[in-house]
Write a new protein. Structure first.
Length: 215
């Protein structure tokens, strides 16, 4: 299944958003990120695509930066509520999540707040394998985010075998055509993944190769 972070405005990439909605059956979820978070005001075009995704049965995850535990709890909760109230988000994607055990309590409180804000799907994006205790907090852990060159040799710690594969996600960018990213994700017990060709500072402005190839 594909978790898709498409960080592009629907007015700028309407065809990509249409393809996403048509591909609902292949999607685990879609990350909604109007302005590195919900922004300061509701964006009507994002609200429309969010509604269409939900109508197609796709969980919509509101992007919220946690700055590795440095961002104040109240600011994170404000973003969660804005995503819910402005875009009907039924899930949360907490980005830049800290991996170390010292912050388990902080993220536990954020998890409670996210559930209270209506998040039926909670994703923590650590980008690396965190302390195993984080698996008790979220529905899905992003345990790899990085370029294909790094992903080819990435290792998986043994504790992941204690959890089902659908609890893990790998996000890979700078993936060349034909690269076996999906097969590697399955081999590494990540049932959810996204492999995009995008590079540079903004790789998540491109659709997954699996959907691009299906056009």
């Amino acid at each position: 299944m594909l978790l898709v972070p498409l960080y592009e405005h629907p007015d700028d990439r309407p065809d990509d958003w249409e393809l996403l909605i048509r591909s609902a059956g292949r999607l685990h979820s879609v990350v909604l990120n109007p302005a590195s978070g919900p922004g300061e005001a509701r964006d009507a075009r994002f609200a429309v695509v969010a509604e269409r995704l939900r109508d197609a049965g796709v969980p919509v995850l509101g992007y919220t930066d946690t700055d590795y535990g440095r961002r104040p709890h109240a600011d994170v909760v404000r973003d969660l509520l804005r995503h819910r109230d402005w875009y009907g988000a039924d899930g949360a994607f907490l980005d830049q999540a800290a991996p170390d055990p010292a912050l388990l309590g902080h993220y536990g409180r954020l998890a409670v707040a996210a559930r209270a804000a209506g998040a039926r799907t909670l994703v923590l994006n650590h980008g690396i394998h965190p302390d195993p205790g984080y698996a008790d907090l979220a529905d899905l852990l992003v345990t790899f985010e990085g370029p294909w060159d790094a992903y080819r040799d990435a290792a998986v710690p043994s504790w992941t075998a204690d959890h089902p594969a659908d609890r893990f996600c790998h996000l890979v960018y700078a993936v060349p055509p034909g690269a076996p990213a999906a097969a590697l994700a399955r081999q590494r017990r990540a049932a959810v993944h996204c492999a995009v060709p995008g590079t540079g500072a903004h790789p998540w402005g491109t659709l997954p190769l699996a959907l691009r190839d299906a056009r």
